[in-house]
Design a protein around this ligand. Structure first.
Ligand code: ZN
Ligand code: ZN
Length: 342
């Protein structure tokens, strides 16, 4: 079978490997689709600070084989989404609500998400990290459950009040999902900022809010607004951490900055801490998602309250997955790309 492998010299290659044998408590799936995440791109073309360097984690598929322990449990043939990591729910971090900081919260699918067949470990199966997809949901829609769930975890960490205004830096797929959430959570205004005009135009087209190119003077107008007209919440959905300083200038007094985008490894930012202090700004970080947020995301997509089809712009086969990475990295007209297994 074919799988996309990342080598230590940062090259990627489609490799032919033996079809995996599963243990008694494991499950084997046939890949349906796997989204390409920004962290996958950074793993290949930059320095990601995520703990795993395996490619692909937004996985859906069909169960094709179950370990002996599950005989008679009617798993086979089920269309599913997999949350690729699971916390223990009992350690120091887990019981304090920091499940994604759990030592056990590591990638648990093999060989990786961009592979014709994938083993789901005993840990994943035991921790109920397998979710059956409703018939109405396509595999590619299912691949958007994980990124949406990560966004929801961020929103669950902040104290957003209906009527608050939101500004989003970086309107790739994650920024768009945040804007869609802002809409259903009742934001009074949604500013979508990007320095890529293609993305600004795309967001205008799908009517996401006030779309601004961050390289124009329009962004400075926000800094000059009366404090009460400034955003209550700023979401950083880019890895360009220079916007953190800009965010501190733009945010209203007492506002919240949600640091969502994964920064490059060991990046330093020259932040005016005096300003942070005197404006009483909160900076909240968030990482990944647990099954609680996965369930919320699954519901929102099932009910079409979040229409993820709007942002899936490109589809590639596993055979073309290497090209897909180049294309997504090239930043042209790609919003969200998914690998489809035909
Ligand atoms: Zn992801
Ligand atoms: Zn734990």
């Amino acid at each position: 079978m074919k799988a996309l492998k990342l080598f230590s010299d940062k090259t990627i290659s489609l490799v032919e490997i033996d079809e995996p044998n599963i243990q008694d408590k494991e499950i084997l799936i046939n890949l349906g689709s796997c989204g390409i995440c920004g962290s996958d791109i950074r793993n290949v073309f930059a320095d990601s600070c995520k703990p795993t360097s395996k490619l692909g984690h937004e996985v859906t598929g069909t169960i094709v084989k179950v370990g002996k322990s599950y005989d008679g449990k009617h798993y086979e043939g089920k269309r599913i989404f997999v949350n690729h990591h699971a916390p223990c729910n009992s350690c120091y971090y887990c019981i304090r609500g920091n499940e994604t900081m759990c030592d056990k919260f590591t990638d648990n699918i093999f060989p990786c998400g961009i592979s014709e067949k994938i083993i789901l470990s005993e840990w994943i199966v035991n921790n109920q990290s397998i979710f059956e997809l409703p018939d109405s949901m396509s595999f590619e829609e299912g691949s958007m459950i994980e990124p949406l769930a990560c966004c929801i975890r961020g929103w669950n960490k902040i104290s957003f009040v209906k009527g608050d205004s939101v500004l989003i830096f970086g309107i790739g797929p994650i920024g768009i999902l945040h804007a869609m959430l802002a809409k259903i959570y009742g934001a009074s205004a949604i500013y979508c900022i990007d320095i890529n005009q293609n993305k600004v135009d795309f967001c205008k087209k799908i009517n996401l809010g006030i779309c601004i190119n961050g390289l124009t003077s329009e962004i400075d107008n926000l800094v000059n607004l009366n404090d009460k007209l400034r955003p209550d919440l700023i979401i950083i959905a880019t890895s360009d951490m220079s916007v953190l300083c800009k965010s501190l200038d733009i945010i209203r007094k007492g506002g919240t900055i949600l640091l969502f985008g994964e920064p490059q490894k060991e990046i330093d930012v020259n932040l005016d801490i005096g300003k942070l202090y005197s404006k009483e700004v909160k900076i909240i970080t968030t990482y990944a998602a647990t099954n609680k947020e996965i369930n919320e995301a699954l519901q929102l997509i099932t009910k079409m309250e979040i229409d993820v089809n709007k942002l899936i712009t490109h589809r590639y086969s596993i055979a073309d997955s290497k090209d897909a990475f180049e294309k997504v990295h090239g930043k042209n007209d790609v919003i969200k790309a998914v690998i489809i297994n035909n």
